[in-house]
Design a protein around this ligand. Sequence first.
Ligand SMILES: [Zn+2]
Length: 237
Amino acid sequence: MFSLLRLLLVIPRFLGRLLWNVIWSFVQLVMVIFLLWWGMTWYVNNSTSELANQLSNLMSNVSLFFRLDKGNLNESLQNLATDFYANQEGTRWSSNQAKVYITSSQPELVSAYQTALANWNATGVFTFQLVETPEQADIVAGDAAEVNSQAAGLAETKMNSLTNRIVAAKVTLNTYYLLNSDYGYDFERLVNTAEHELGHAIGLAHNDTDVSVMQSSGSYYGIQEVDVTKVRELYAQ
Ligand SMILES: [Zn+2]
């Protein structure tokens, strides 16, 4: 009788402690994840290393995954990230001109690249010259079907770390999104995306405060006066 009473007292206490442990473990886990995420965000924002770029890519994918889970698929598609490029302030070519080779085999993308190059040339602040072989080129402009990427494009720049000058660049348009009618990319947005990637290739960073071709998502705008000014200032240094 006595031991049964003791058992009745012990069970709730045991369950209570178990519940408390579960809650406390959960709180600890959330705190660890939060700290980890905060640390990674800080690192990504303060480093220009290859790892930081990859980490930035991964984090964007993770946040997009959770957003997709909430059913805002449509919004995410409309505001598909143009890319996750992070560049160092003041990075540029030694002069405001570069040779470009278009390696894309998709007529629509070749056309978008040509229009984008002509639009940049028309601003007068940077001159692109088309060349016949990739060996002659400073910038290679191509395409790829990147199913696992959450970006419409990609820009990679190689730098001389001593002079902080770009020595080679590669821009890529992601056919998986751009040539898929579900994502609603008309020719104008293809051109905007190409202008954006070329913008990175000549040293521009993202600009999410102005109406700008360098907005990090959506590709809704072509080259704006603010972008022209940024390039002019960059090459006047
Ligand atoms: Zn970008």
